[in-house]
Design a protein around this ligand. Sequence first.
Ligand SMILES: [Zn+2]
Length: 255
Amino acid sequence: MRDFTLKAYRSYIEAIQQKEIPFLRFDELMPLKEQPSKFCMARHDVDRKPQNALQMAMLEQQMGIRATYYFRAKPNTFKPDIIQKVAALGHEIGYHYESLSDSNGDLANALEDFEKNLAMFRGIVPIKTISMHGRPLKPYDNRDIWRIPENHDLLAYKFALLGEVYLDINYTDIAYINDTGRNWTSGESNRRDKVESNIVADFGSGEQLLAYLQQNPHPKMIFQIHPERWSDKFWANSMQHAQDILINAIKTIVR
Ligand SMILES: [Zn+2]
């Protein structure tokens, strides 16, 4: 099986569906007082190549699942027509913010930037949840804005949001399966995209991941997939592969 193709993605989703694990969006899970006994949330961070996100969104709609897409507010990802199409397919749209790194660590400017971009998104679609963008080459952790309790309160009261996906979900009992670094070993190439989970969800290959999903998957999962890495075009795929290797190499140097 060639991994990181839409065909491979389809087989992962099918395996989860065969286990009768229902798919939820983040805006469906976050208001619940208790986590359901089984669920899978497909979470997509759209860091670049929004066209790939649209293709994945269409595939998911065909398969009868609804996912959450976090778009960055940058000119090459904030494409209103694509975002509205993804929403129209039944998916949740969230804001993938990077306000603290864009403001070089200035908290007041970061909040202003956040508010402005949130309004820009809300001009085209409803937004109920947010996730930080990692910006591995910058020293700021974008979540730090909300680690100040008064600022965290603003999420609900000022910005009418259900929450931030890293800070407002208890991951202890959730398998966090994640394609960052174009592999399934979530710990290795991730500087910031980590959660506190007791469930081990590292796989040496796509085959191993598929076998896990087909056999005895943990009943609560987050499937964190970056659509930019997934394509059925051979060349687009190898170009992206080369870029991923380069980015991982730079991250190692930064560490
Ligand atoms: Zn990101």
